[in-house]
Design a protein around this ligand. Structure first.
Ligand code: CU
Length: 154
């Protein structure tokens, strides 16, 4: 079931990380010295939160959650249209979840991940039309402040 999916996608994730590292290295080389220091790399591994276009034309983005009750990154921005969101639970201990917070956005988004076990990843798809900020949360850990925001900007 879920475990098997996880193993398969795990390989892809490694490749993505490798390509992401290459892209980052290229960017750093191109920028050279003198620019302002970038955001700490440790808090946002390469590729996470960055929107790319899938082969079928759908915008896609991946975020992660760990054993520390935060989403990495906490904020990401998409364009109006269809969104394919993958949430990776890189935790070894904690089970997380993902849903858009009721009443915290211009329009409701019902797509959600009710349970995301440690080591699992799941992907949801939904369509957004109205620009603005959409709050999301881990339903298990709202009291610990596990929230984030998806911005839709045309
Ligand atoms: Cu959680």
């Amino acid at each position: 079931m879920r475990g098997r999916t996880c193993t398969t996608v795990g390989g892809r994730r490694s490749l993505g990380r490798f390509l992401g590292a290459l892209a980052l290295a290229a960017t750093l080389a191109a920028c050279g010295a003198g620019g302002p220091p970038a955001a700490p790399a440790a808090s946002t591994p390469a590729g996470l939160g960055r929107v790319t276009t899938a082969p079928d034309g759908v915008q896609q983005v991946t975020i992660q959650t760990q054993d520390n009750y935060v989403f990495t990154p906490k904020r990401f921005t998409v364009a109006p249209g269809k969104v394919r969101l993958t949430v990776v639970n890189a935790a070894t201990q904690l089970t997380h979840a993902f849903r858009f917070s009721a009443g915290k956005g211009p329009e409701p988004i019902t797509a959600q991940i009710p349970v995301l076990a440690p080591g699992e990843r799941q992907t949801i798809e939904f369509t957004v039309t109205k620009p603005g900020d959409y709050g999301f949360e881990c339903s298990f850990h709202t009291q610990l402040g596990q929230f984030g925001t998806m911005t839709v900007r045309g």
